[in-house]
Structures are given as C-alpha cells and as structure tokens.
Design a protein around this ligand. Structure first.
Ligand code: ATP
Ligand code: MG
Length: 399
C-alpha cells in the first residue's frame, strides 16, 4: 500500500476559491513530506492522492501529515483498477492472513458517472471478499470497514482513517502577529490562528539580561512546535527589561501592568507592519487575571490601529490547558521562568485602570523613543519544519 488518500472538509465549502485552497494544501503537503520518497501529490476530484516511489515509512508519514492544517482525515491506501476482480484481489493480498469476525465495504464514487451505484459496488466487491475469507458481513457494527474510492481511472482501498489537524491550509488566511509570552495561553492562541490558515509571526518580550534567558528558551521551543503546523515560524525577540525599569521609576504600581501591555502593543504593531502582518493576536481571556477585565482590555487595545484578535477570549483555563497539552506546548509553558511582567508587577494591579490616568502617566514617559529603541534592538530567528538540514554538531531530536 504505497499511497495515501487525504480528505479535506471545510475546504469543500469554499466555493469558487476552492481550487486555490486545494493548490496551497498540495504545496504544503509536498513540503511536509520532503525527504520521504514522495513521487506525486495531486488533487483528484475532491481528495488529494499521494504516491510513494518506495516502501513508505508510515510512522514518519503519519506524523508529518498529522501536522498539516486543512486536512480532515487521511488514510494509507492501496491503489488498484476499476475492475472488481482485480480490486478484490489487491485487497485480499494486502489483508494477508488477517482474521476478523465481521466486515463491510463502504464505497464512494468521485465520479458519479460510474456505471454502478455505491451500494452495488459494495455488494460486488464485498461478495468477492466474503467468498474468499468466509467473513460475516455486518453493516452496522463491522469489526473491519474496507473503504473504496472510485475515481475516473483507478480506485483506492483503505481501512481506518487518521484524524487530520483540521482547519484551513496554512497560507490561505493572511499574516498576523501574535504576542507570545512564556505562559500557557498565547501558544494556544497562535495555534488557533495557524489552524485558520493564517501565517503567524511570533513576537516575544523578554527582560534579559535583567532576568535569565529562560523565557527566550521557552518561546524558541514553542516556535519550533508551531513551525510543525505552519512549516516556518519567524520569532522576534524584543528586549523589554529596560523599558520596564523606566516605567517602574515614573508610574505608580497599580497602573504599571496596563502600561507595559500598551507598550508591548505599540512595539508589536510596529514590527507587525514591517512584516506586513494585518492584525495582532494575544492570548487574553476575559477575567483571567486583573489585567484582563473588559475595561483593561479596552484601555490596552486603545493604542493599536491594527485589529486585535483574541482567539481564547471566552475559554476556560481548563479548556486552554487541554489544548496546550494536545499541542505539546503545556510542558514547555510549565517550565518555571521569571516572566518579564511578574517581576515588575505589583501585587494589586488596577482592575479598571482609567484611561485618563493611564494617558496621564504615559505623558511622563518618552513613549516614542522607547518604542523605537525596542524595535531597533529586536532580534529575528527562523524555525522550519521539517528540518532537513542540521547545522554541524546539532543532533536532530524527534518532533
Ligand atoms: P499567557 O499564558 O499567554 O502568558 P497570561 O494569562 O499569563 O497569558 P498575561 O500575562 O496577562 O496573561 O498576558 C496577556 C497576553 O499578553 C498574553 O497572552 C500575550 O499575548 C501577551 N503577553 C504577555 N506577556 C508577554 C511577553 N512577555 N511577550 C509577548 N507577549 C506577552
Ligand atoms: Mg503571561
């Protein structure tokens, strides 16, 4: 079985843009499978077929395809003709000496001009398998379902489906910039935008050398995890410690968090515009912490002319943590570090920082110069997946 059949769902709804979405998905699959012996990836009537020119390394392929967003499910499949005897023989050959108590055949015709209906195909092929194996047919609770897909020139057969990452193909949703902290929420927020097809630029504010490098190490790991889904992550590391010290000197404690966030947004907007990102993304959730009341969210967002997207805004912490665990970022986020904000944050930040108080406090700061300095000192790092070439001396670790 040297083929894979890939199904998309949401894409099917995209009307006239559908060929464009599918083309991008095909391109992403080609990139994702680089180095694994793929001979063709092409779209055929509502699905994508992938052929391999050697015995496929199914575990590696399954892992790589599992990260490609825009896929509903996929299956390792055998390819045969449209002739039932040959098709049944190929299936029987691949089933080998497998024994099951019951089975059924489920057929789909990509081309409705096929002379027989799906139930007729199921009966014909199922009949041949039943005779050869002596298995009982059970349409409701079969132990084994053999799927057939009839295409205009050939057929595919497979048992079982692997769940795909869902969403829309990476690269179809435009570019956005996510403020990525060392916490649990923002990696999930970035992921949710990636799954909607967006290319997500990652921006992290750190307080090195006042604090350790730990937060940077964490976001690098997160950037690598997210690169599996968007194939390439660009991470911008922005030094923020000195700016915080400046705020500390002139702003009273309860207003500081809101002012840090407003500074972050201003800097992020500048960087986003430079990289042509069209919106900002944060991991903010209403009510989660003092800085995230509706009033504070509004006062913080005030400084940005770009749309601010908050994909987690209505989620519970448990839901976010579950998603972070599935994504593989929870462990990274749980590594202790001194968040740049906790160090400089008072114990009782204002839950409803008044806008006029905030603006007044900022009037004592050289905001524009601070923003410019941070933008100029930002460092960019690139992450790719799959990693095909490693720098000398670096050992590849399993994704
Ligand atoms: P997270 O788990 O994402 O850190 P949080 O619950 O700790 O979220 P806050 O610390 O209030 O919430 O941060 C709110 C949002 O502000 C974060 O989700 C993130 O988008 C952004 N943010 C906070 N700190 C940083 C940072 N150091 N660098 C980049 N963005 C940050
Ligand atoms: Mg945080």
């Amino acid at each position: 079985m040297n083929s894979v059949v890939v199904h998309y769902k949401e894409l099917a709804l995209k009307g006239k843009n559908r060929p464009w979405f599918v083309q991008i998905l095909v391109r992403n699959l080609r990139r994702a499978l680089a180095g694994l012996g793929v001979s063709t990836v092409r779209s055929v009537m509502g699905r994508i077929e992938i052929e391999f020119d050697r015995d496929l390394d199914w575990d590696a392929i399954r892992e790589r395809i599992g990260y490609v967003v825009g896929i509903a499910n996929f299956s390792r499949a055998g390819r045969s003709t449209l002739e039932f005897e040959a098709l049944a023989a190929a299936i029987l050959h691949d089933l080998g000496d497998l024994e099951v108590p019951s089975f059924r055949v489920s057929a789909r015709r990509a081309d409705k001009r096929f002379p027989l209906t799906s139930p007729q195909i199921e009966r014909e092929v199922g009949g041949l398998i039943k005779v050869a194996k002596g298995w009982h047919v059970d349409l409701d609770r079969a132990a084994l379902t053999i799927h057939l897909e009839m295409l205009p020139t050939h057929s595919f057969y497979f048992c079982g489906k692997e769940p795909g990452a869902g969403g829309l193909p990476s690269g179809t949703g435009g570019k956005v910039a996510c403020l990525l902290s060392g916490g649990i929420d923002s990696p999930v927020a970035a992921f949710r935008m990636i799954r909607r097809g967006c290319t997500v630029l990652l921006i992290h504010f750190h307080s090195y050398p006042i604090l350790s490098r730990a937060s940077q190490e964490k976001v690098r790991e997160v950037a690598a995890v997210l690169a599996r889904y968007q194939q390439q992550s660009r991470l911008v590391l922005v030094p923020f410690g000195e700016l915080q010290q400046q705020v500390l000197l002139s702003v009273r404690p309860e207003l500081r968090v809101v002012i840090y966030r407003r500074l972050m947004l201003r800097i992020a907007e500048r960087i986003a515009v430079r990289w042509r990102a069209k919106a900002l993304v944060t991991g903010e959730v209403v009510g989660q912490v003092a800085s995230q009341t509706i009033e504070n969210l509004t006062t913080i967002a005030d400084v940005s002319t770009l749309e601010i997207l908050r994909p987690l805004v209505g989620m519970d912490k448990d839901e976010i943590s579950d998603q972070a665990a599935r994504l593989g970022t929870l462990e990274i986020s749980n590594i202790p570090d001194q968040d740049c904000c906790t160090l400089f944050t008072p114990r009782h930040p204002a839950t409803r920082a008044r806008r006029d108080h905030v603006v007044h406090a900022e009037s004592g700061l050289p905001i524009e110069a601070m923003v410019e300095r941070a933008v100029a000192a930002a460092v960019v790092e690139e992450f790719e997946y799959p990693v095909l070439k490693y720098p000398a001396g670096v050992q590849p670790t399993s994704a």
